[in-house]
Structure formats: structure tokens, C-alpha cells
Design a protein around this ligand. Structure first.
Ligand SMILES: CC(C)(COP(=O)(O)OP(=O)(O)OC[C@H]1O[C@@H](n2cnc3c(N)ncnc32)[C@H](O)[C@@H]1OP(=O)(O)O)[C@@H](O)C(=O)NCCC(=O)NCCS
Length: 160
């Protein structure tokens, strides 16, 4: 379990950019055809013994909280679950009706992880990766387990 979960500050910016580059090939992240500079979004950091081990970036718009990126640098230690719980708390505090995110069809581990924590598949946006690549050419063609990256899977928790 992480020993602390906190909002990021300006002094985390360099680390945030590094995490985004390492994990998403760029700090630009595209979801539903919208390009985000994820390092400029509000974000939550998980720490274990003072070491930063997890990052969740998010955007609140129209009473909805979108998780734009989520990374546990040290997996299977509860970091992802703790970040997610904090995102739900932030969404509730901001009276959001919905918490949602996009993952790609290859990310079967994340799809498992989220479904076990209350998310439902709200929509499958077929071939959306083609549009994303126009905004983010670094998006690979082949993803986890050698699965072609093709679709956006929209997952949500209804907070109403
Ligand atoms: C998806 C992701 C964020 C999950 O984070 P995580 O920190 O590994 O998640 P947790 O540790 O909370 O849970 C993962 C598993 O570890 C186990 N676990 C959790 N806490 C544990 C602990 N203290 N001791 C042992 N095992 C533990 C859980 O059983 C869980 O398995 P389950 O999902 O089958 O229930 C992480 O795998 C990741 O960064 N993936 C790459 C990026 C990505 O795909 N992001 C999501 C798309 S935006």
C-alpha cells in the first residue's frame, strides 16, 4: 500500500513528464479525438516511503471526471487501487456525475483491473486509434501481448 497520496505540485513537473514519456511515448495523450498535454493537467501522486511510485492525471469537465492517464511504477502493491480511490473521492467532492476513462483494446490487464473496481464498459469506439494517430503519430500499431491497437474502450463509474 502506498504511504501517501497527494496532489502534484510544480516541483513534480519534471518527474511527471518523465513518467509520461516512459509510459505513453509523449506527454501528449489523445482520448476521444482530443489531445491533452497531460503534464499540465491536475494530477495525483502515490508515494511509498517518500518515493514517487504512481501517477494519475485527470480532467474535470461538464460534471465528469476523466482519468486521462494512470501508471503504477511498482505494480501489484495497491498503488493503482489507491490512486483510483482518490480519483473517486475527488470526483465526488466536485459533484461529478460520472468518472470515466479511455483505454485501448490491447490493454486487457487494465480492462480487468478497472472492471474489478466498479467500472463498466460504456462504449467501444471502433477504429478510434486511427484518428488518435493523426494527433499522436507515436501511438504504436501493436500493443500489449502483440494485440493490434485499434479501438478505444470507454469505461465508467456512474456516481449519480
Ligand atoms: C493498471 C495499473 C494502473 C494497476 O495498478 P497496480 O498498482 O498494479 O494495481 P493494484 O496493485 O492496486 O492492483 C493490481 C493487482 O495487485 C494485487 N494487489 C493489490 N494490492 C496488493 C498488495 N498489497 N499485495 C499483493 N497484491 C496486491 C491485486 O489483487 C490486484 O489484482 P486484481 O486487479 O486482479 O484484483 C497498472 O498495472 C499500470 O500502471 N499499468 C500500465 C499503465 C496502464 O495500463 N494504465 C491504465 C490505462 S490508463
Amino acid at each position: 500500500m502506498p504511504s501517501s497520496i497527494r496532489q502534484s505540485t510544480e516541483s513534480d513537473r519534471e518527474w511527471i513528464v518523465e513518467v509520461l514519456l516512459d509510459n505513453w511515448a509523449s506527454s501528449i495523450v489523445v482520448t476521444r479525438g482530443i489531445s491533452y498535454e497531460a503534464d499540465r493537467l491536475p494530477s495525483i501522486i502515490a508515494e511509498i516511503d517518500g518515493k514517487r511510485v504512481g501517477l494519475l492525471t485527470y480532467k474535470i469537465k461538464n460534471h465528469e471526471l476523466e482519468i486521462v492517464t494512470m501508471n503504477a511504477l511498482d505494480e501489484d502493491k495497491g498503488v493503482g487501487t489507491a490512486l483510483l480511490n482518490e480519483a473517486v473521492a475527488i470526483a465526488r467532492k466536485n459533484r461529478c456525475r460520472r468518472l470515466w476513462l479511455i483505454t485501448t483494446n490491447d490493454n486487457v490487464d487494465a480492462i480487468r483491473f478497472y472492471q474489478k473496481r466498479g467500472f463498466e464498459i460504456a462504449a467501444v469506439h471502433r477504429y478510434a486509434a486511427e484518428e488518435s494517430r493523426k494527433l499522436k503519430p507515436q501511438l504504436p500499431f501493436v500493443g500489449k501481448y502483440g494485440i493490434p491497437i485499434r479501438d478505444e474502450i470507454e469505461m465508467e463509474i456512474d456516481l449519480k
